[in-house]
Unconditional design. Structure first.
Length: 265
């Protein structure tokens, strides 16, 4: 092993096992993300002067949880592993053999927000603006889970902080999971929660989330190892970037429309 670069800490991805049942760190990270979203959501509901109740937040986050899980898994299979699915449709249900797609999870959450908004008789944009600042912390936790698992590492590099991942062939690579945890998690969380400190036009918080995540994900894709199932080294754009570009465009459009409506009102 080249001592010039950082050695991967070799975490055990399993926290503990009881018989055939194991608790994985990746699952713990998801639970921490949802737990934090619940804590922050209920805190904001209590200070919303009756606009939101804790019961409505419970319902919203419960539905959102299933949107993330189902949408994330279906998205991962259809966006990145569709050939596997065609050969073996049951692969869709073997979550332990695959991963979760953020873009699929986002679609799942949007569907659940539409459903919940209808049930609660409120505007979709009001719901989306409430949810958006709760998401980045969970995204950051998910990327830390990827790091602990030693997966989704970056491209080969010789930067001083390059890391030798055993699953990456003991080649010095960008720790791109950490880049994503910082940008998509910490930085986006700070931006959104700073943004909502003042009243904003309806829809603008959601637009900023889409814009911010799309830009950060597009940037990190240049450091993240390409997925050989969907891309080759000769491709000018990765699947992740292709899925993020619409987020940037739609986010900008939502922001422009939101502020134009504010000026016209």
């Amino acid at each position: 092993m080249n001592e010039k670069f950082l050695a991967f800490p070799n975490f055990d991805p399993i926290v503990f096992s009881i018989g055939p049942i194991s608790l994985h760190w990746y699952g713990v990270m998801y639970l921490l993300g949802f737990g934090f979203a619940y804590w922050l959501g209920t805190k904001r509901a209590k200070s919303s002067n009756g606009v939101w109740t804790t019961e409505q937040v419970d319902q919203l986050l419960f539905n959102g949880f299933w949107g993330v899980i189902l949408g994330g898994r279906i998205g991962d299979v259809f966006f990145y592993s569709f050939d596997y699915f065609l050969q073996d449709p049951l692969y869709l249900f073997r979550i332990w053999e695959g991963g979760m797609s953020f873009h699929g999870g986002l679609i799942g959450v949007i569907i659940m927000m539409i459903f919940t908004s209808y049930r609660q008789k409120r505007s979709f944009w009001q719901t989306a603006d409430f949810v958006a600042p709760l998401i980045p912390f969970g995204l950051g936790m998910g990327r830390i889970g990827n790091f602990i698992n030693g997966e989704l590492w970056g491209r080969v590099t010789d930067v001083p902080w390059a890391m030798m991942f055993p699953s990456g062939g003991y080649l010095p690579r960008h720790p791109s999971q950490i880049y994503e945890a910082v940008l998509e998690g910490l930085v986006l969380f700070i931006i959104l929660n700073w943004f909502i400190r003042k009243p904003r036009p309806m829809g603008s918080v959601s637009g900023l989330f889409l814009l911010g995540y799309g830009i950060f994900r597009f940037i990190v894709e240049y450091f993240r190892e390409i997925d050989p199932n969907v891309n080759t080294p000769d491709d000018l754009i990765t699947r992740g970037q292709l899925l993020s570009l619409p987020m940037v465009v739609v986010g900008l459009i939502i922001l422009v429309i939101a502020y134009r409506k504010k000026r016209m009102s």
